[in-house]
Design a protein around this ligand. Structure first.
Ligand code: ARG
Length: 717
């Protein structure tokens, strides 16, 4: 076998002159020229015993030129030249390029502005023959398909997530027997799964953090020799057990710049393995278009963050900034993903943010047929709370019965994509054999109503002037004023408000207030579980809630039995309505509901005592009854009931005003995380909230009908 060829560059001009990775921090001009030279010569000598070292002339002003690994990735006669991410290293490109050309390599240049840092981020697998390519810090994912094309190899993209391991070769080293030496925590979840799917456990040699930080994975492997800065005894043993000889060669001076053995070398004679296949390059890019108040609402930032967080990368193709405060901006973004699964998830997220499939917008949605009742086809599109359009037969159809976590089913019409068709949300359990379900992410868009910050404050017509978010105690009174005003308006125009309430409403003394709201026509439906009704009845019959005297706030002797007695009484009557009719239940929230014909639904749960005859213990029936009660709601008030509130949130489309009140910020945050502008969270005691609300409504009744002043804005004219 021919001698391995290795490119190196003597450290005559090496130093830490700038900071472009965490290792360089605190090390500015702290390296010793003499020691660096000694260490470099030590490595060079070991390599010369095993191969041919070729040298590139050092250049003043290019201290990192010693790290020849970053020059290019070379496979057979082709070298894809680096495009350095940091301007500090861009001056190296022409030197490396000229050197490679002069040695007869076919030098491929990537497009400007497409960072790729050579063999630092691209390593051939010596068992499988494919190219492992890193991205996340220095190289762009979008460069990977170009590597595949230029080198004629399959490229597997790995995302780096720990900035200490900013180049793939700092934490990843394919060895000659097909073993992979690597540090798994440096990679994201998907990348680890990819590695595990390509290499059996026996071929994976994971190192611990200490070895990783000593640059043990930044090793040069020639034949059975593994040259590295330092290896723990256990790592040495494991490598030896696989037949390798471990040669330590201290490189501390170079660690100060974030490099070690492998970084200081570039293999020039990597052969294409016979097993190497130029796998077809899947199209893992899509162009999406975002429109609206992109800067003002922060939408563009959120979208780009989302892409990167999910493991994709992007290129902004064009950005048209709206000139006036009220004119919308527009951006076309090319999204690239490392694999189909990530692309699907990513596109679904972007669609939920209101992205339109831009230049790819002429595609119809893909449909698949349900083959097993109650089971959707793989890859079915999961609905969100936002109004959604589906492109079928070239026409955009608005989805009916919008809610989250459903499948989208195409119904009606005679031909699969003919006229007369509709699309509706359907729960998995309601899918029937033969149903046509939307799969994938093509031909879909959602309508978002993000308002610019300024605009929000000037709109008087709805909640958006509050902005979505969680209000702290301080702001409770303000929020209450706004809710009261809105609620009054809804009632006056005959709208619909649904209240979802937990038993805490009773414990905190809110029962009287809620009763009053029911009596005065503010509530059009009440949703809860067994407990709120039981506590309300207990209070009505015995003056306690779970045995606690609500007037005195103390536990009543023997009071813990009260709530079972309450249940028993209602069961004897046959139900809440019957108890009212028989004159047994004479006050409280449910008494008011029965008297004022306000429908209520009680959804059962595993911990229910009794239950009351009114409690629906069939959860599927209970969900359906909730959904019916919620249809057409203008506003939903969620009062301290996490489970019921979240259930309701899932059934409610964007556009319905949601007010979530809970003493536990986690519950409130969870609901305002829907991201829809109309949801408002209030972290406070629900009894206090209800009393303030009733007071405020009382004030409005007395004729004070001016809208409250929006927070943070000047008074309205
Ligand atoms: N200071 C150099 C940089 O940050 C170190 C390069 C190390 N090279 C490598 N292949 N990991 O770019």
């Amino acid at each position: 076998m021919a001698e391995p060829r290795i490119l190196m560059c003597a450290p005559s001009h090496y130093d830490v002159d700038y900071v472009i990775n965490p290792w360089m921090e605190g090390n500015l001009h702290r390296s010793s020229k003499a020691l660096a030279m000694d260490q470099w010569q030590g490595l060079c000598a070991l390599l010369q015993q095993r191969g041919r070292v070729e040298l590139i002339e050092p250049q003043p002003g290019l201290p990192d030129l010693v790290f020849t690994a970053n020059a290019a990735v070379v496979v057979e006669n082709t070298a894809v030249l680096a495009r350095f991410f940091h301007p500090e290293r861009q001056g190296e490109e022409p030197w490396f390029g000229r050197w490679l050309e002069s040695r007869g390599f076919q030098v491929v240049q990537l497009p400007q502005d497409l960072p790729f840092e050579g063999a630092g981020d691209a390593l051939l697998d010596r068992g499988g023959g494919w190219l492992w390519a890193g991205y996340g810090f220095r190289s762009e994912l979008a460069a990977h398909p170009l590597l595949a094309r230029s080198l004629g190899v399959e490229v597997l993209s790995l995302r780096l997530i720990d900035e200490r391991f900013y180049h793939l070769d700092t934490c990843f080293c394919p060895l000659s027997d097909g073993t992979l030496l690597y540090y798994p925590p440096a990679f994201d979840f998907y990348s680890n799964r990819l590695i595990e799917s390509r290499l059996p456990a026996a071929k994976r040699l994971a190192v611990g953090e200490a070895d990783a930080l000593a640059f043990a994975c930044n090793a040069v492997n020639l034949g059975d020799a593994v040259l590295l800065n330092q290896a723990s005894a256990s790592l040495r043993q494991q490598l030896e057990a696989r037949g390798f000889t471990v040669l330590e060669t201290p490189l501390g001076e170079f660690l100060k710049a974030g490099g070690a053995a492998k970084c200081l070398t570039l293999r020039l004679d990597e052969p294409r393995l016979p097993t190497t296949t130029a796998a077809p390059i899947p199209d893992l890019s899509r162009t999406v278009r975002l429109q609206g108040h992109l800067l003002d609402t922060g939408l563009i930032n959120r979208a780009l963050d989302q892409i990167v967080e999910a493991g994709g990368s992007f290129q902004v193709l064009d950005f048209t900034l709206g000139q006036q405060r009220h004119s919308p901006s527009s951006a076309a973004i090319r999204v690239t993903a490392p694999n189909g699964a990530v692309l699907g998830d990513l596109m679904a997220e972007l669609i939920a943010m209101g992205a339109d499939s831009g230049d790819d917008g002429d595609r119809d949605a893909a449909l698949a047929t349900v083959e097993q009742a109650g089971v959707a086809p793989d890859d079915f599109y999961v609905s969100t709370i936002y109004p959604t359009d589906v492109r079928i037969g070239g026409r955009w159809l608005r989805v009916e019965g919008q809610r989250m976590d459903s499948a989208l089913v195409v119904v009606g019409g005679s031909e699969p994509k003919g006229p007369g068709q509709r699309v509706e949300c359907r729960l998995l359990r309601d899918l029937r054999c033969g149903d046509s379900v939307v799969v994938g992410v093509e031909g879909l868009r959602t309508i978002r109503r993000d308002q610019p910050r300024e605009g929000r404050e000037t709109r008087q017509t709805d909640f958006s002037f509050m902005g979505a978010g969680v209000s702290s105690e301080r702001r409770v009174e303000l929020v209450v004023e706004q809710i009261a005003w809105e609620w009054r308006r809804i009632r006056d125009r005959g709208g619909k408000v649904v209240v979802v309430a937990g038993p805490v409403v009773i414990h905190t003394g809110g029962g009287v207030h809620l009763t009053r709201l029911v009596r005065e026509g503010y509530v059009q439906a009440l949703l809860g579980g067994n407990a709120i009704a039981v506590h309300d009845v207990e209070q009505a019959l015995m003056g306690t809630s779970l045995g606690v005297d609500l007037q005195q706030g103390v536990a009543v002797h023997g009071g813990h039995r009260h709530h079972l007695q309450a249940i028993n009484t209602i069961r004897r009557c046959g139900g809440l309505a019957e108890a009212v009719a028989q004159g047994v239940l004479r006050q409280g929230i449910f008494h008011a509901c029965v008297q004022h014909r306000v429908p209520f639904v009680l959804a059962g749960s595993i911990r229910d005592d009794g239950p009351l005859p009114d409690t629906e213990m069939d959860l599927i029936a209970a969900q359906a009854a909730y959904a019916r009660a919620l249809a057409g709601a203008d506003m939903v008030l969620m009062l301290s009931s996490m489970l019921h509130a979240i259930g309701v949130g899932n059934m409610t489309p964007a556009g319905v005003k949601l007010v979530c009140v809970d003493i536990n910020p986690a519950v409130v945050t969870k609901l305002s995380d829907r991201g829809s502008l109309e949801s408002v969270g209030v972290v406070t005691d629900v009894g206090l909230f209800l009393s303030l609300l009733v007071q405020q409504l009382g004030r409005l009744e007395q004729g004070w009908t001016a809208p409250p002043e929006p927070m943070g804005a000047a008074a309205q004219p």
